[in-house]
Design a protein around this ligand. Structure first.
Ligand code: NAD
Ligand code: MG
Length: 394
C-alpha cells in the first residue's frame, strides 16, 4: 500500500452512501484522511462526523445555515475546521489540490457541478451520483478525460460490471464483450398488479426489500426509474450503445450485474447487498480492503431467480430507454421531471403511478433547441423540465 494516507473529500457525507463511506474509512485509519465533508440539512450529523474525522473543511449546501454550523462547530471545540457553504464551496472542496479522491455521493442534480469539478481537476472520482452521468454524460466523460480523472463506479451494478470487464476496456478487449446485463431487484412491488400500484404510499415505496438507501433512490427503485437511470449511466461509463445493455430482474440482489462475452462466457460479481463492498472497492482500487461486509452465505441464499422486466407495469424503465435513444438533453429532462415527481410523491401530492405519467408528459415535449454539450443548455433544459413538471402538479 501507499506510504502516505490518501486524502478524501466526501460530497454528501451525511447521506446513506456518505455514511457507508465513512464506515469503511474508519476501518482503515492508516490509509485515509478526510479533507472535506459536505451535507445539506443534517447539521447535527455533519458536526458529529467532523468530531470523529477532523476534516479541514465542513461544507453546507445552503449558505443561510452557515452561521448555525459555525456555532455548532465552535461549541464542539472545532473552530479550526473551516465552515463554508454554497455551490462554489462544494466545487472548491471537490477540486482542492491536496485531495486525491472525491466520493461523489450527493443525491440528484445538485451533485452534478461538484462532481464535474472533481473530474476537471483530475481527481480519482468515486461516482455514486448517477444523475451526473444521466444529465451530462458526454460533457462529464469529456471533462474526466481532459482533466485526467480516474472514474471508479460506486453504483453497485456498475461497480460489478467494472469488476467483470477486461481492463483497459479498449480495442480487442471491447470487441470481446457482447453485452452487459444490469440486474434489478424489481423493487418492493415486483409482483403487484397495476390496480394495486395506484394506491402505493410513500412509506411502502421507501421500504426496499434488499437495500437500505436514501428516500429518492428508494422510490426510483420501486418505479424501476433507478434501473432506467442506470442504463443511461452504463451507456456513458462504458461507452456502450443501447443494444449492448440489457436489464434482468433478479429479486435476490446477490448478483450485482454481469458481462457477456462473445465466446458465450458470462462473468458475474456476487455479494451481499451492502454498498460498503463497491465503496471499499473504489477506495482501495486496485487493491482490496475489508469493507465490514459479512461473507456471502450461498447456502442461505439457496437460489437465484431471473425474470424479464415488465415495462407495462413499470413504464419508467421504457421512458429511460426512449430518452437514451432520443439523445441530446432528453435524459436530463427525464431526470429533472422525475426529481419533481418523486418529491411530489413523497410529500403526498402525486400518486405512485402518476410519477411515470408526469415523466412521460414532460419528456414528450420538443427538446431539440437545447445543447447537451453546454452546461448552460443542460441547466436551461433542466429548469424548463422542472417548470413543466411543477405546472402539472397544480
Ligand atoms: P441520501 O439522500 O441518503 O443522501 C444524499 C446526500 O446529499 C446527503 O448528504 C445530503 O445532505 C446531500 N444533499 C441533498 N441535497 C443536496 C443539495 N441540494 N446540495 C448538496 N447536497 C445535498 O442519498 P443516497 O442514497 O446516499 O444517494 C446518494 C447518491 O448515490 C444518489 O445519486 C444515488 O442515486 C446514488 N446511489 C445510492 C445508493 C444507495 O445505496 N443509497 C446506491 C447506488 C447509488
Ligand atoms: Mg444501483
Amino acid at each position: 500500500m501507499t506510504a502516505s494516507p490518501r486524502r478524501l473529500t466526501v460530497l454528501g457525507s451525511t447521506g446513506s452512501v456518505g455514511i457507508s463511506t465513512l464506515d469503511v474509512v474508519a476501518r482503515h485509519p492508516e490509509r485515509y484522511r478526510i479533507t472535506a465533508l459536505t451535507g445539506n440539512g443534517q447539521i447535527d450529523r455533519l458536526v458529529e462526523q467532523c468530531q470523529r474525522f477532523l476534516p479541514a473543511y465542513a461544507v453546507l449546501a445552503d449558505p443561510e445555515r452557515l452561521p448555525l454550523l459555525r456555532d455548532r462547530l465552535a461549541s464542539a471545540g472545532l473552530e479550526r475546521i473551516k465552515a463554508l457553504a454554497g455551490p462554489e464551496a462544494l466545487e472548491m472542496v471537490a477540486s482542492l489540490p491536496e485531495v486525491d479522491a472525491v466520493m461523489a455521493s450527493i443525491v440528484g442534480a445538485a451533485g452534478m457541478r461538484p462532481t464535474l469539478a472533481a473530474a476537471r481537476a483530475g481527481k480519482q472520482v468515486l461516482l455514486a451520483n448517477k444523475e451526473t452521468l444521466v444529465m451530462a454524460g458526454q460533457l462529464f466523460m469529456d471533462a474526466a478525460r481532459e482533466g485526467g480523472a480516474t472514474l471508479l463506479p460506486i453504483d453497485s451494478e456498475h461497480n460489478a460490471i467494472y469488476q467483470c470487464l477486461p481492463q483497459p476496456f479498449t480495442g480487442e478487449a471491447r470487441r470481446g464483450v457482447r453485452r452487459i446485463l444490469l440486474t434489478a431487484s424489481g423493487g418492493p412491488f415486483r409482483t403487484w398488479e397495476t390496480a394495486q400500484l395506484h394506491s402505493v404510499t410513500p412509506e411502502q415505496a421507501v421500504r426496499h426489500p434488499n437495500w437500505s438507501m436514501g428516500r429518492k433512490i428508494s422510490v426510483d427503485s420501486a418505479t424501476l426509474m433507478n434501473k432506467g437511470l442506470e442504463v443511461i449511466e452504463a451507456r456513458w461509463l462504458f461507452d456502450l450503445e443501447r443494444e449492448r445493455i440489457s436489464v434482468v430482474v433478479h429479486p435476490q440482489s446477490v448478483i450485482h450485474s454481469m458481462v457477456e462475452y462473445v465466446d458465450g462466457s458470462v462473468l458475474a460479481q456476487l455479494g451481499n447487498p451492502d454498498m460498503r463492498t463497491p465503496i471499499a472497492y473504489g477506495l482501495a482500487w486496485p487493491e482490496r480492503i475489508d469493507a465490514g461486509v459479512a461473507p456471502l452465505d450461498l447456502f442461505a441464499v439457496a437460489r437465484l431467480d431471473f425474470e424479464a422486466p415488465d415495462l407495462v407495469r413499470f413504464p419508467c424503465l421504457g421512458l429511460a430507454f426512449a430518452a437514451l435513444e432520443r439523445g441530446g438533453v432528453a435524459p436530463a429532462v427525464l431526470n429533472a421531471a422525475n426529481e419533481v415527481a418523486v418529491e411530489a410523491f413523497l410529500t403526498g401530492r402525486l400518486g405512485f403511478t402518476a410519477i411515470a405519467e408526469l415523466n412521460e408528459a414532460v419528456l414528450a415535449r420538443d427538446w431539440s433547441g437545447y445543447d447537451a454539450l453546454q452546461l448552460d443548455g443542460l441547466a436551461a433544459a433542466d429548469a424548463e423540465a422542472r417548470r413543466l413538471a411543477r405546472a402539472r402538479l397544480d
